[in-house]
Ligand binder design. Structure first.
Ligand code: SAH
Length: 560
């Protein structure tokens, strides 16, 4: 005989007892007795507490006694309690006994012995050797009940496991089980309508059975008896294969639609590949993809990429990020070019909406962070107004990460105590108001490099027509850096000052996308050599080196 316990003694037979109306004798009146009493009442049993009048009664116990859900026999335990306090139909023998006095109390061992002789199930607190059964740490959700035992090794751990398992299950699982159970019964009854004989809804009274070997057998069109049970099998397949998350979202209307489709002779399983025939509501995720390197995707965005039916990506989303998209997924890249931004945006919104209406999971993938110069909130409003409120996932913004990958700390004690992120391009291409000089500020300009010289000029000089010259200009020797294609293999950093950066950029040529960082923080980690007007640094290896090191660690471990 196979021992399922791996040397820990035989496994207990775990069962779910129906104890409705049974008499549970509880010896003692301490908090444990109160807990046992509460569980008995929950299970529909009738607890009888045996404890002397002098005993301090736990408040829960007093409440249950005064409500009438428990009875109190006000004296010490007597042997004949076991055979006199029970139900009449079982000759007054009590159904179950709980002793809460602990294993050291000699009475516990005595009662245990009496109960075993009388075949009464007995549980003695803290004394597994005196018990014929133990209680499980349980989690309940409607008709679903999960019980855990560590065979007396650790009740705290059992309760922790219960919490972790419960947290893993989706909300409303209980009602979904109830709903699907109802459908199952209904289908079975319809399929067996008018049949005589002893066919039963198999597995109905026992949750232990797995699937039969015929579970996945193909049903052919001319196999009429098999076809008859096809919708039943379809339901079994749903229960077996669907992700729990999806199972719990089945509504009564969905079920009705399935039943209707079947009774009208349509093969919904065939039509929908057996999985997605329900009136699924489309979902939209608005996510940021980070600055470029795929390792800078958040796990949430990565999961959204893997689960999307259709992905609408901004033009700027870099190729290495697009490469993590599964091949079967439909991908569209925004056809944005200068002058048609609004049109491209509108086209995308409509595409997203059409997919949502088909019940698809749409991922709107944006570069960096979706709410930083990404028109994210506009899209949010659009979809929300159409009845599809997006889930928004943040992304690592280029504004912070490009400077970081160029070894520029956005703040640094004694150098920079604030950061300003702004755009170098105003609405419809107009020049934005330049920020005033704050010596302890790091300023990051996005969308600025195509008009770099005009921007630098506006920072360092007053235009001739500006009569209000109240703002402070940025000194020409202020350090700055252009960071392009941050986190991509062809990342480039040009370090200079406001005075020389334009010339440097002109000579180097542009490599979009890129941004400009201005402020004393640019010189914290890289001070230019005397007389050097600019420095150009090529390449980005940080994250790949990290991979290399991790791989080495793994292989070292493997060698051991
Ligand atoms: N939502 C994005 C910004 C969109 S605006 C974010 O949070 O990063 C587009 C601007 O972002 C570009 O003009 C450029 O200034 C900047 N940018 C985007 N990716 C970049 C990168 N990898 N390196 C440097 N700048 C980048």
């Amino acid at each position: 005989m196979k021992d399922a316990s791996n040397g820990f003694g035989p496994a207990p037979l775990m069962t779910a007892w129906n104890v409705e109306s049974q008499v549970h004798l509880i010896i003692g009146s301490n908090p444990l007795a109160a807990a046992r009493c509460a569980r008995s009442v929950e299970a529909g049993a009738k607890p009888v507490i045996v404890a002397p009048e002098t005993a301090d009664l736990h408040p829960t116990l007093s409440a249950q006694i005064s409500e009438g859900s428990a009875q109190w026999v006000r004296r010490e335990f007597q042997e004949d309690d076991l055979t006199s306090l029970g139900r009449e139909e079982v000759d007054r023998v009590v159904d179950t006994v709980f002793v809460t006095l602990g294993g050291r109390n000699p009475l516990s061992a005595h009662i245990s012995k009496l109960c075993r002789r009388l075949r009464i199930p007995i549980n003695v607190s803290d004394a597994p050797e005196l018990c014929s059964f133990t209680l499980l740490s349980t989690y309940s959700d409607g008709p679903l009940h999960i019980g855990i035992t560590t065979s007396g090794r650790g009740c705290k751990l059992a309760s922790r496991l219960r919490r972790e398992i419960a947290a893993f299950l989706p909300a409303n699982l209980g009602s979904a089980i109830d709903r699907l159970g109802g459908v199952r019964r209904r289908l079975w009854e319809e399929d067996h309508d008018g049949e005589l004989g002893d066919s039963t809804l198999d597995g109905d009274d026992d949750d232990t059975s797995g699937q039969k070997h015929t579970f996945n057998t193909l049903v052919t069109a001319d196999d009429s008896s098999a076809a008859k049970t096809r919708r039943m099998r379809w339901l079994s397949q749903i229960c077996e294969y669907w992700p729990l998350r999806k199972l719990v979202s089945v509504t009564d209307e969905d079920i009705l639609a399935i039943l209707k489709a079947y009774s009208s002779g349509k093969d919904i399983a065939k039509e929908t590949n057996g999985t997605s025939g329900l009136a699924k509501k489309g979902k939209i995720v608005l996510a940021g993809s980070g600055p470029g390197h795929p390792d800078l995707l958040t796990r949430a965005t990565y999961n959204a990429i893997q689960n999307a039916d259709i992905i609408l990506a901004d033009k700027l989303v870099p190729a290495p990020v697009l490469e993590v998209i599964p091949r079967r997924t439909e991908v569209h890249i925004a056809r944005k070019f200068p002058g048609n931004a609004d049109q491209a945006q509108e086209e995308f919104l409509q595409m997203g909406l059409a997919a949502l209406r088909k019940g698809q999971q749409v991922l709107r993938l944006k570069q960096g962070d979706p709410y930083l110069y990404g028109r994210g909130a506009e899209e949010f409003e659009f979809f929300r107004a159409e009845g599809y409120t997006p889930v928004v996932l943040p992304g690592i913004t280029s504004a912070m990460s490009a400077s970081l990958f160029a070894d520029i700390p956005a703040t640094h004690r004694g150098v920079s105590d604030q950061v300003l992120v702004c755009t170098g391009t105003g609405r419809k291409g107009a020049a934005p108001v330049p920020p005033a000089y704050v010596p302890t500020q790091t300023v990051v300009f996005l969308m600025a490099l195509h008009r770099l010289s005009a921007l630098i000029e506006s920072l360092t000089t007053f235009p001739a027509e500006d009569s209000n010259r109240s703002r402070t200009l940025w000194p020409k020797e202020t350090p700055c850096a252009i960071v392009e294609r941050a986190s991509c293999p062809d990342q480039r950093v040009i370090r200079s000052t406001l005075e020389h950066i334009c010339l440097a950029f002109e000579e180097a040529g542009s490599r979009p996308p890129g941004l400009l960082v201005v402020g004393a923080s640019c010189h914290v980690l890289h001070r230019p050599a005397d007389g050097q007007k600019w420095v150009i640094e090529e390449g980005f290896h940080g994250l790949d080196e990290l991979h290399g090191e991790l791989d080495t660690v793994v292989s070292l471990h493997e060698e051991k």
